[in-house]
Write a protein that binds this ligand. Structure first.
Ligand SMILES: *Cc1c(COP(=O)(O)O)cnc(C)c1O
Length: 390
């Protein structure tokens, strides 16, 4: 017998997601399904905006590109950070104005830059000389901001190394952009995704401010600071509420940068993670020997079907089962595919009910960010993660 889902008790650390819970209770699910409450996205947008003040939100589309999310954010006045032609197209189709979309990936195809420029996009990111040259050629006169390398990240999911350039190169790129007829307007950075506390921004902001001051001393008339993402979601460890977090970040920005005319913020995770829950199912509970002290719990979703951020066990999702009132024991949690890397939590095992068994429904909380698009297409013949927006 499959045990029915029982919503978590009031007063537990897991925030009640009543619209989502209601939907779960009244539907059956044939495959792993991400449910998104788009009202929750709106509430989160308003909460972050309230704290960000003059900084404008450019939603990082990659966190969750569901059409209904983009459409709702367009309705309530959000701008967008897009990484590709596809993401720009999506935003335009859902009614975003080109002037509210930045092409924020530092790795762009020349023909996509030209296409975006045709569509009216005028704001581009770069962190290399080759990219500046591509932008100058394909988007003449456009505004560019230089992405700075962050070496001080304290995030759970750092983005360091791959993106940004150092202080000297950043100054050289501003000059190159100006010489090629572009408008070098400022800098961007990313503190690292899931930076749990606003205080963790301080060292990064100090470093960015040094480059900012140096550029001004060289005569660059900077008008734009893009503070990127990093706004956290609740995965079980304490975080500040969104408004308080954003206020604290902006207080630190103002202390170092004064009243920069344009401040952009690019929350992804912080806007959508808590608006989503994945409905999954236990496929098997087993042990490797009679003496094994822990059990293996195999779900119908894994590293290759949406839970890519369990890589290195960096993001620890909260699981809710219908048997959470029963006695618990340590479990290794794994996905269903025939790839041995498809293990979610092993180094740090999860406490799950001993009574858990195949067929039980498992809810994975706060899964609205970086899941649906990380789902492989047909690995081992498993259906990709379904997405339902309510
Ligand atoms: C992914 C990304 C973001 C969003 O980051 P979160 O940590 O999810 O808020 C913002 N800006 C850029 C340039 C990104 O690549």
């Amino acid at each position: 017998m499959t045990a029915p889902f029982v919503p978590p008790l009031a007063g537990t650390a897991i925030p009640a997601l009543s619209r989502l819970d209601g939907y779960v209770l009244s539907h059956t699910f044939d495959r792993p399904t991400l449910l998104i409450d788009v009202n929750r996205v709106e509430a989160q947008y308003r909460a972050l905006s309230a704290g960000l003040g003059r900084a404008r939100i450019h939603y990082a589309v990659k966190a969750n590109p569901a059409r209904e999310i983009i459409a709702r954010l367009v309705d309530i006045g959000s701008a967008f950070d897009a990484a590709s032609k596809g993401e720009i197209n999506l935003c335009l189709q859902e009614g975003a104005r080109p002037e509210d979309i930045s092409f924020g990936n530092t790795i762009k195809r020349a023909r996509d830059i030209a296409w975006a420029y045709e569509e009216g996009i005028r704001l581009f990111a770069a962190d290399s000389a080759e990219e500046i040259a591509k932008i100058a050629e394909n988007a003449p006169g456009a505004k560019v901001y230089i992405r700075l390398l962050v070496t001080t990240s304290q995030a759970d999911w750092p983005l360091s190394r791959k993106f940004g350039c150092d202080h000297e190169m950043a100054l050289a790129l501003l000059a190159q952009a100006r010489n090629l007829g572009l408008q070098p307007v400022g800098f961007s950075f990313h503190v690292g995704s899931q930076t749990r506390h606003a205080e963790m921004w301080g060292a990064t902001l100090d470093a960015i401010a040094q480059t900012w001051e140096a550029a001004k001393a060289l005569g660059f008339d900077l008008s734009l600071l893009n503070i990127g993402g990093g706004f956290p979601a609740f995965y079980g460890q304490e975080i500040d509420a969104p408004t308080a977090y954003a206020e604290k970040v902006m207080a630190q920005v103002t202390a170092r940068f004064g009243d920069v005319p344009v401040v952009m913020a690019e929350p992804g995770r912080g806007l959508v993670a808590e608006a989503g829950v994945i409905v999954s199912e236990v496929m098997l509970v087993s042990r490797k020997s009679e003496r094994d002290l822990h059990r293996w719990v195999y779900l119908n979703i894994g590293r290759f079907s949406g839970l890519a951020e369990t890589e290195g066990e960096a993001i620890r999702y909260q699981l809710v089962t219908p048997r959470d009132a029963d006695k618990v024991g340590p479990c290794i949690v794994a996905g269903p595919t025939c790839d041995s890397a498809d293990v979610l939590y092993e180094k740090q095992m999860m406490s799950l009910p001993l009574s858990l068994r195949a067929g039980d429904q498992v809810l994975i909380r706060n899964c609205g960010a970086y899941t649906s698009t990380y789902s492989s297409v047909w690995f081992n013949g498993f259906e990709p993660l379904d997405v339902v927006v309510i």
